[in-house]
Design a protein around this ligand. Structure first.
Ligand code: NAD
Ligand code: ZN
Length: 350
């Protein structure tokens, strides 16, 4: 089959590789119908995620059709069209039972972050993919939801919801600021609406992204290159600061921006993947009773979000800016990587 293979920082190619095979009785093999590119793939290609080794097939978002099932799989069948969670999890180990599926211990001998596609196991930017622990890791695509709509549920919608909104403890009436209105920040904005915030402020360096954010439910926008960006945000809260500041970029500067605008006893929810250490003065947070949270997505809310997508309470079409054939994935990376110019959000490969 063809697959996008990581050959070390800055190096990737669309290669001929062996087809995946069933390795465990709980596996299925899925033929990819739709996949996409995530900001995290760009981090991996920059070398920010050293755990990803040369030779790894990239990609962790996908919808596809089951072509083969392991002997222990009883609730899925060949021909089922399914959304793949970006994280496969056994559902039975101690960490799964505590809801941290991203740290599933499984029983294949790996420990921790073993089952994220395109990280320590081969990914979805390929014609076929092996899905471990399939029964607890895939969701049947309901009628009325297309593969390209379903693919936003693999990672970005659960990430924005779980790590931004739920970890950030957004409550009715809150003022929420989201720093970074890329696909993940927009997913955060889209799912914030489920919790009744009074204002949602999109903050981005790119004015175009702020315009896009309004379609997802942002009530206000601030361009972060404005010298008075912070004053603009504080003016929206009578000078008090926002209740919840969500970091959705992954650089020290934007984490600091969250600290700059959060109110005492407010919450900073870090979603971004940081390739470098972030320094901040813990004593300043201590004296202001600031809460900070962060983490890898667990996709434990994927099923709930799927219901909301099926009912169009969340519109997945808003995320899709470009479509390519899977064979044109190198071109798709180029378009996604130049988002400021191309206005790319989610680039879907079919
Ligand atoms: P992206 O690169 O497409 O979007 C980032 C946005 O930040 C862009 O709109 C960009 O204009 C804006 N930006 C860049 N520098 C800025 C600055 N200095 N000030 C304000 N805005 C700035 O990324 P994405 O796909 O939306 O992902 C966002 C982050 O979330 C990435 O770090 C990604 O790796 C991470 N992520 C985390 C998880 C998780 O499990 N926690 C899952 C998926 C993605
Ligand atoms: Zn587990």
């Amino acid at each position: 089959m063809k697959a996008l293979v990581f050959h070390g920082p800055g190096e990737k190619s669309w290669d001929d590789v062996p087809d995946p095979t069933i390795l465990q009785p709980t596996d299925v093999i899925v033929k990819i119908d739709a996949t996409t590119i995530c900001g995290t793939d760009l981090h991996i290609l920059k070398g920010d995620v050293p755990a990803v080794e040369k030779g790894r097939i990239l990609g962790h978002e996908g919808v596809g059709t089951i072509t083969e099932i392991g002997s222990a799989v009883t609730t899925l069948a060949v021909g089922d069209q399914v959304i793949l969670s970006c994280i496969s999890a056994c559902g039975k180990c101690d960490f799964c039972k505590h809801g941290v599926h991203s740290h599933c211990l499984g029983d294949e001998g790996a420990s921790g972050i073993g089952w994220i596609f395109g990280h320590l196991i081969d990914g979805t930017q390929a014609e076929f993919v092996r899905v471990p622990y399939a029964e607890t890791s895939v969701y049947k695509l309901p009628s009325g939801v297309t593969p390209e709509q379903g693919v936003v549920l693999s990672d970005i919608l659960p990430t924005g919801h779980e790590i931004g909104i739920r970890y950030g403890n957004v409550k009715p009436g809150d003022v929420v600021a989201v720093v970074g209105a890329g696909p993940v920040g927009l997913a955060t904005i889209a799912t914030s609406g489920l919790y009744g915030p009074s204002r949602v402020i999109a903050i981005d360096i790119d004015p175009n992204r702020i315009e896009q954010a309004k379609a997802f439910g942002a009530t206000d926008g601030v361009v972060s290159s404005d010298a008075d960006w912070k004053d603009q945000v504080l003016a929206m809260t009578d000078g008090l600061g926002v209740d919840v500041a969500i970091e959705a970029v992954g650089i020290p500067q934007t984490f600091q921006m969250c600290l700059d605008v959060v109110r005492p006893a407010g919450h900073v929810a870090n979603v971004g993947v940081h390739g470098a250490p972030v320094e901040f003065a813990l004593q300043d947070l201590w004296i202001s009773n600031i809460n900070v949270s962060m983490g890898l997505v667990n996709t434990d809310t994927l099923g709930v979000l799927l219901k909301l997508v099926a009912q169009r309470r969340i519109d997945p079409d808003l995320f899709i800016s470009h479509r390519f054939a899977l064979d044109d994935i190198i071109e798709a990376y180029d378009v996604f990587g130049r988002a400021a110019e191309t206005k790319a959000l989610k680039v879907v490969l079919q």
